[in-house]
Design a protein around this ligand. Structure first.
Ligand code: IMP
Length: 430
């Protein structure tokens, strides 16, 4: 029995989908513990591409059970679309394969309308959210006015809960955001119908995980977004609305911290960010364009072009500490082929002072100048390499330097989008 948590160390999009897909081979059960359909996992299996926003990518392994925890904000419309799309591709997703926490908060149409309405009104000061209603849904959770998965199962209870919520939201939508009101009856009918379809999947996830642990099963808990999008520890306010760090896995799925055996930190071999917010190592030149093109850096959820830059070890060290990372999975190493020299940011300069940890204020982080060290790059394509020792010496040195700067060993290296394009260094479940 082992519980492994996988988290992103940067600003999300570290290639979680593929790494989780690989680690799932050793797991019996895979769970999501926070975030919602703002995440997007792209997985390529036998040349076929799947993009999943809510369902853990473990679903592509026929014998694995997937779980959506209470920490997730659930968009039932998107979830059902995913279930249907998977079924159309030959992946049946019945309740024996997918469980949804009865306590998961539900994203309602007013959450999305408020998210988009606020962003539109912000003009020059947008956060660049994914427009999926994530923030407004977590707001209602904290305000104790949310609708939860369990509420969808009882049409009368749903109706009773919706009436006062819609009155308040419609006032806000029309008066503050100058948008359109939502019609209570239509919203109720739509969501009660989702409830009917989802009912067989909704259960007590904490009990289910506990049972799996007692049977000695291996469990993989996947985070969404990345450490620096964490609402407390990220680049506030340019963050998402949940805790993305490993500590959130326990609360978001319903298990205790004593059960966690290993935390894998995902490190993209360079840095990307989608949406607004400070990014000290961002490259606005042809090197950045090259990383963007070679890495196909477009958001899986919004299709937005991702901003690209050099690897930032200040962020990585911060993530190793915040998450208690046991090992690193380095992704997209192949994208760096042909770029030389490479730069790694080892510290920031702020107001003439050298600092080694991101400052709490986004404006201060935006003023930080990266302090770089240069390392040699390599020319040879590495997407066919399957053993560390077959990598060019410069690529091995790059990995060794990451380990040294982070104080954590590398357990996996990804050299391409395919499942087979992976160098496994250590079994994290062992
Ligand atoms: P929200 O989570 O939609 O509220 O967006 C808040 C910020 O988090 C924006 O900058 C988004 O671009 C970013 N974000 C949300 N989800 C992801 C993700 O899965 N990958 C990368 N960035 C994300």
């Amino acid at each position: 029995m082992a519980v492994v948590i996988v988290v992103g160390t940067q600003w999300g999009d570290e290639g979680k989908g593929k790494v989780i897909d690989i680690l799932t081979q050793r797991a019996d059960l895979v769970g999501r513990f926070q975030g919602g359909a703002n995440a997007g996992h792209t997985i390529v299996v036998e040349g076929k591409q799947f993009i999943l926003h809510l369902i853990p990518s473990g679903i592509l392994h026929a014998t694995k059970r997937c779980v959506i925890g209470n920490g997730v904000v659930l968009d039932p419309k998107i979830l059902l679309q995913e279930i249907d799309a998977l079924a159309a591709s030959g992946v049946a997703v019945g309740p024996e394969r997918l469980a949804i926490s009865e306590r998961a908060q539900v994203i309602m149409p007013y959450h999305q309308a408020i998210d988009c309405g606020r962003e539109e009104r912000k003009a020059g000061a947008k956060l660049g959210t994914t427009g999926r209603g994530i923030g407004p849904c977590y707001e209602d959770k904290a305000a104790r006015t949310g609708v939860r998965a369990v509420d969808l199962l009882d049409p009368q209870r749903l109706k009773d809960k919706l009436a006062p919520r819609l009155e308040e939201k419609n006032f806000y939508l029309t008066h503050n955001l100058h948008g359109q009101p939502l019609e209570a009856e239509a919203v109720w009918r739509e969501y009660a119908a989702y409830g009917e379809r989802l009912a067989p999947y909704v259960t007590n996830v904490s009990l289910l995980i506990d049972e799996a642990l007692q049977q000695g099963r291996h469990i993989l808990l996947e985070g969404a977004q990345g450490t620096h999008l964490d609402i407390d520890h990220g680049t506030y306010p340019f963050v998402t609305s949940s805790n993305t760090v490993a500590g959130a896995a326990c609360a978001g799925i319903g298990i205790g911290p004593t059960k966690i055996g290993h935390v894998v930190g995902l490190v993209k071999a360079y840095t990307t960010r989608v949406g607004a917010g400070p990014f000290p190592t961002e490259l606005s030149d042809e090197v950045g364009d090259r990383l963007q093109e070679r890495g196909a850096e477009f958001g899986a959820t919004t299709g937005r072009r991702r901003r690209c830059g050099w690897l930032d070890a200040v962020l990585l060290r911060n993530a190793v500490r915040l998450n208690g990372i046991s090992s690193l999975a380095v992704t997209k190493l192949d994208v760096l082929c042909g770029t030389s020299p490479l730069k790694i940011c080892t510290a920031y300069k702020l107001g003439g002072r050298l600092i080694h940890c991101p400052p709490p204020e986004a404006e201060d982080l935006a003023r930080c100048e990266p302090v770089y060290e240069e390392v040699a790059g390599w020319e040879a394509e590495i997407s066919g390499v399957r053993k560390l020792s077959d990598l060019p010496a410069e690529a091995r040195a790059y990995l060794a330097r990451i380990e040294e700067l982070c104080g954590a060993p590398v357990s996996l290296v990804s050299v391409g989008p395919g499942r087979e394009q992976t160098i496994l260094v250590k079994d994290v479940f062992a």
